[in-house]
Structure formats: structure tokens, C-alpha cells
Design a protein around this ligand. Sequence first.
Ligand code: PBG
Ligand code: ZN
Length: 325
Amino acid sequence: MRVRPRRLRRTAVLRDLAAEVRLSAAELIQPHFVLPGEGARQSIDAMPGIERQSVDLLVEQVKADLDLGIRAVLLFGVPSGEKHPDGRGAFEGTPLVARAVSALREAFDDRVCVVTDVCLCAYTQSGHCGVVDARGEVVNDATLPLLARMALAHARAGAHVVAPSDMMDGRVGAIRDLLDAEGYSETAILSYAAKFASAYYGPFREAAGSAPGKGDRKGYQADPRDGRGAVRDALLDEEEGADMLMVKPALAYLDVIAHLRAQTDLPLACYNVSGEYSMVKAAARDGLVDEASLVVENLVAMRRAGADLLITYHAREALRAGWIS
Ligand code: PBG
Ligand code: ZN
């Protein structure tokens, strides 16, 4: 036998040298759930180790995370109080997430990249990602200006990147146009470009209080059976001016990451979503798997499929525990 694949597997150093992908803090994005008020902190039953926090505690958390090497955050608002049919709490006045953005920019300026989720579902009475008509349908075109106003509020507060997750057609273009018209041509758009209607979002909806009251999101999020359609949708976002694309969830959609990677030269992110996180935590808690190895293996799979950036709830623990160095 001349050809022996095992030669390069013999020692840890050889394996490191031969590795096709690597993991580091530089490509990790840590999600955060932002509460109104001060000194507020709530654990999330479905997501052990993850909390909702008010802006003051968020700043402290991001400081600690920065010391671990986490240089990018993704913010979700968890508003209290009344929700409106049009989700106006997301964009009127100085919304919660905009206040969080200002505080983070003040504390860290450009040392931390602040990405904000742009979607109405935590703010609408219906719990849907857009406005709903009399028949209960989520109306595409009437939702676009509202999303654009939400993105503008975040950009004004200093967000480096806005990330629309609503899956309305044309939202990237609508957001880009309003940002440009208002003088925010430097604010980047990370589009949740191929976002599937997924049961893996279950724990998140508890965390963010964003579950639809009636119906589901299958009328706007991509169908898990239609991978090619999702790639086509993602490429439209590129045409509309997205600066970075995302596939979400990650693990059940590694094929979509790989296909999209082959068709775009934009930076590609994937979202290792709440259900993926909670499943690993539950299996580890029950002693079924070794958490450190499982997390690293999952994140490596996402990188190998072609994702450059990994949005993951595991980021903090993976660095703190030294699973990733
Ligand atoms: C809101 C939004 C969701 C997630 C991110 N943004 C939930 C949904 O679409 O229902 C899911 C994130 C996660 O599960 O970790 N549009
Ligand atoms: Zn939404």
C-alpha cells in the first residue's frame, strides 16, 4: 500500500496541519436577548446558560465576552408592555434595541461589531413577522416600510450591521434604500437569506416571546423540502444589496450552506439556532454525549459546509471552557 490516509492522522500536530477548517473566536457571533429596565436578568428555561438581560447588564456581559475574544453580538429585543398590530414598538421613538446599540457603541465603539435582528414578530400583536390582514395573511409589501424603519432606528443608534429575519420579499432592497436615503450607506446588511420554517426555533420563541398566536410561518419562511428555492431566494437578497448572507438553521441545512457557498462570493453566515443548542444541552445534561466534543464537531461541520461566520449560543462557553482557543 503506497497511499495510506492514516499517515496524516497519526499525531495531534499532523491532524492540525492537515485540517481543512479551523475554529476561532474571530468567526463567532454571540446572540443576546435584551430586556427593558435596569438590573433585570431572567434565565430561559428552554435554553440553559442563556439569559435575557437589561441594557446595563448586557454591557457588562459583552465586556466579559470581549475578554474571551467574542467581538460580534446579535441583539434581539424582548419588549414588555403592549404590542400593536403593526409592531410599532420596534421602530417608534427610541426602541429598546436602539438603546442597547447606543450603550454598546458608547462602551466599546468599533471594538465590538453590533448586529441587530430586524423583524416585527416580538412586537406585533399577532406574533407574526409582518402585518396581518383581515384573513390572517401576512402582508408582504405593507410590511416592508416598517422593517425599513426598524433598521433605520438601529442604524441611527450606531448598529454596524442590520440583519432582517422576516423573510418578506424585497426587504433587503427596501432597507438598503431607506438607509441610503437617510445617510446610512455605511451600515451593512446581513440577510437571513435562506431561513427555513423550522421546529428548531421553538426555544427561541419562548426566549423572545415571539411565537405566532395563530398559524405558523410557512407562508413566508422557506420550505424545508425546497432547498433550491431557498438558494434562489438568498441570491435575490444579494442582488438587492445584501452584504452578507445567512443560512438558518445550520445543522439540518448543511447542504444549503454548501450550495449557497458555491453560488456567492459574499461572506456567508449560518445560525446554529436555539433548538440545536437546547438539544445538545439536554443530551449533555442526561450524560448521553460529551458536550465539548459535540459542540466542536457541530461547529466544524458548519465551517466545512462553507459558513464563514457562526452565530451560536455556544460561543461564550466554548471559549471560556477552552473548547475553542
Ligand atoms: C424572528 C427570529 C427567529 C429566530 C431569529 N429571528 C424565530 C422565528 O423566525 O420564529 C430564531 C433564532 C433561534 O431559534 O435561535 N424572526
Ligand atoms: Zn420574525
